[in-house]
Ligand binder design. Structure first.
Ligand code: GLV
Ligand code: MN
Ligand code: MN
Length: 395
């Protein structure tokens, strides 16, 4: 009997809000509550566990074979503020369910099997996919704002650099996740075999104008940073739609100085996040955004890149194994890309990666209404389990 729903409910004891949404932002007490729940389950399943400075939890179960490399399963335990139960935690629950089921069926793998619950996958001043980037050795000390962001959590850059792991003893990385879009749901399909994860590129865009009195400064004389930023956002959004149907741009944060009702804003800072599989498209968009900014004229714009996570491709052999596992279980499946970022992205720089998607009701995610039916969660866990069994037959 598949118990992935029960394991997910246990993790969901951490960070549940009164309105049914979840808030387990990185390094919060609710996040570490989830880590403790997962750690207890791992220990109960006989895994050796360890936590690292990045806040990740890791479990290890040896295999019976000699010199065989680990099959790693992972996802994240943090959530966006007021997010859902499924984004991230489902993949960790899926990994634990694989191990629980192996034991229920009296099976021991030839390969070691490992499960990661990563921290800080969601956007934060640390830059997103932080826990997995730390483990993959992709955090660099020159990341803008890193030192200050880590100080907030009592950490140093060196401690994070020390969280890097050697992956020469690992065979592959698998991640089970909700789709977070509406493709599978609308098509009535049950499993997505992911072929790639889009690149995520974030810029800090600052409009520098001049603060002045809101009553005495005539409209023609203003250097209003808010109005200039608003113009840039609207124009950038229009340009994005022209470049490519699957190119996306999000201005998700805004800060305004001095932030007073009767003062013209002198400085406005926003984040411009863009995503696509093809770097050429995001490069074209930022190039046009710079041109639009220069043409606005009333203020000056500073545009600096904060994060550049290139698109990655899933391993073709793993895609085949996942597709065959779904086929054997008689579960409908389709090959598709991921528009969301995942811990599999940094892992792809170290290991072959494979990702399994299940439907998200109405494509909702990063909100309290995020939902996947229990049967769909079981389907995903079934495909993951069969994938692991098939991979264990290989070297
Ligand atoms: C994470 O969910 C992301 O896609 O930003
Ligand atoms: Mn996620
Ligand atoms: Mn997310």
């Amino acid at each position: 009997m598949n118990q992935v729903n029960d394991i997910l409910s246990l993790i969901g004891r951490a960070g549940r809000n009164a309105d049914g949404s979840y808030t387990r932002t990185c390094y919060s007490s609710a996040y570490f509550e989830a880590v403790s729940i997962v750690e207890k389950i791992m220990i109960k399943l006989g895994m050796a566990t360890e936590r690292d400075a990045a806040g990740n939890i890791h479990g290890y179960l040896p295999g019976t074979g000699k010199g065989l490399k680990s099959i790693i399963i992972g996802s994240h335990l943090d959530t966006v503020p007021s997010g859902g139960l499924f984004d991230g935690a489902y993949g960790v629950a899926g990994g634990l369910e694989v191990i629980r089921r192996l034991q229920e069926e009296g099976k021991t793998l030839r390969h070691p099997i490992e499960v990661y619950g990563f921290n800080a996958e969601e956007s934060s001043p640390l830059g997103g996919t932080f826990g997995s980037r730390a483990v993959a050795g992709l955090v660099t000390s020159d990341q803008p704002g890193l030192e200050d962001a880590l100080k907030e959590h009592g950490l140093t850059v060196q401690k994070i650099l020390d969280s890097k792991r050697d992956f020469s003893d690992a065979k592959c990385y698998l991640e089970l996740h909700i789709e977070q879009g509406d493709y599978l749901y609308n098509e009535g399909l049950k499993i997505g075999v992911v072929n790639g994860i889009v690149g995520v590129i974030r810029y800090k865009v600052t409009a520098v104008g001049h603060s002045n009195h809101a009553g005495t400064t005539m409209m023609k004389n203003r250097k209003d940073a808010m109005v200039a930023m608003a113009r840039l956002i609207v124009e950038a959004d229009r340009r994005c739609r022209q470049i490519d149907d699957s190119l996306v741009l999000t201005v998700g944060t805004i800060r305004c100085w001095p932030g007073s009702e009767n003062v013209i804003p002198g400085r406005v800072e926003c984040t411009f996040e863009m995503r696509h599989m093809d770097k050429g498209k995001t490069d074209a968009l930022i190039c046009d955004i710079r041109k639009i900014a220069n043409a606005i004229g009333t203020v000056t714009f500073e545009i600096t890149k904060n994060i550049d996570k290139g698109a990655v491709y899933c391993d073709e052999h793993l895609m085949k194994v996942i597709g065959e596992a779904a086929g054997r279980a008689d579960i409908s499946h389709v090959v598709m890309p991921s528009g969301a970022g995942h811990d599999a992205n940094p892992m792809a720089y170290r290991l072959p990666i494979g990702m399994i998607f299940v439907p998200s009701k109405e494509g909702l995610s990063h909100c309290g209404e995020e939902w996947t039916d229990p049967e769909d969660l079981e389907n995903g866990a079934e495909v993951l389990y069969r994938t692991v069994l098939a991979l264990d037959c290989e070297d």
